[in-house]
Ligand binder design. Structure first.
Ligand SMILES: C[S@@+](CC[C@H](N)C(=O)[O-])C[C@H]1O[C@@H](n2cnc3c(N)ncnc32)[C@H](O)[C@@H]1O
Length: 222
């Protein structure tokens, strides 16, 4: 599982996307970013720490509440360079840092963030389950993982289209047919997280916001 997209392919794809990314994906992904940012800003305590994984060109960075301390990581150095320019231009002094890292093995301490946000990322990483394990590792008990993504249709014409489009989409850097069951199975197997919300987003429910809370040891035992 996951060998279909690899790190070299991701780096190559996003080096090509970086110069035009904001133009192509800025507006179309904005409602999803808005939903994730609102949820994250609401639950993050004052001075709390938020990790944005796959931060890309940093389109979401100016929109987080300024009481939130943000750290961003991405595999693609050209995407991250754009994010860095944005931080400087917009004087985002609540952004503590940006670093090139693989989401599946991050050089970050256990239980060090209040919220992990990944927008349009989990279907684009080489190893989604290992990446989710990393999210759960770095989050504090009681904290949340907030994902925004296109989730594959379970049946019908849209599923057929997504399956047909999948080989080309992988070359562009994502999996259009990625099923929700893959997230649910990960959560069940992990055992240390609980699904808090799965909300289809306007327009048309094409994208969804999915939130998992990190359980503490007591709630795991209960
Ligand atoms: C579709 S873009 C989303 C960017 C941004 N979150 C947004 O809302 O526009 C996916 C991002 O995930 C990053 N990515 C893919 N695989 C990754 C990995 N294994 N580790 C870190 N970032 C990764 C890509 O480099 C790219 O910047």
């Amino acid at each position: 599982m996951g060998g279909d997209i690899n790190k070299t392919g991701v780096a190559r794809a996003y080096a090509l996307w970086a110069p035009v990314y904001d133009f192509v994906f800025g507006k179309v992904f904005q409602p999803g970013r808005d939903a994730a940012i609102a949820a994250a800003s609401a639950i993050c305590p004052v001075g709390g720490r938020l990790l944005e994984v796959g931060v890309g060109t940093g389109l979401s960075l100016p929109d987080y509440a300024r009481h939130v301390r943000v750290f961003g990581v991405d595999l693609s150095e050209p995407m991250l360079r754009k994010a860095h320019e944005r931080v400087v231009q917009e004087r985002l002094d609540n952004v503590d840092g940006l670093a090139v890292m693989d989401a599946a093995s991050m050089a970050l301490p256990d239980r060090s963030f209040d919220v992990v946000v990944a927008q349009f990322v989990i279907t684009a990483v080489p190893h989604p389950e290992a990446t989710l394990d990393e999210f759960a590792r770095v989050i504090k008990p009681g904290g949340e993982i907030i994902l925004v993504n296109h989730i594959g249709a379970e049946r019908g014409l849209r599923r057929l289209f997504e399956l047909a489009f999948a080989p080309l989409a992988r070359k562009l850097g994502w999996r259009p047919e990625f099923p929700f069951a893959r997230l649910a199975n990960w959560a069940a197997k992990h055992g240390g997280v609980r699904l808090v919300e799965r909300r289809p987003l306007a327009p048309l429910g094409h994208f969804a916001m999915i939130r998992f809370a990190r359980l503490d040891a007591e709630s795991r035992a209960a």
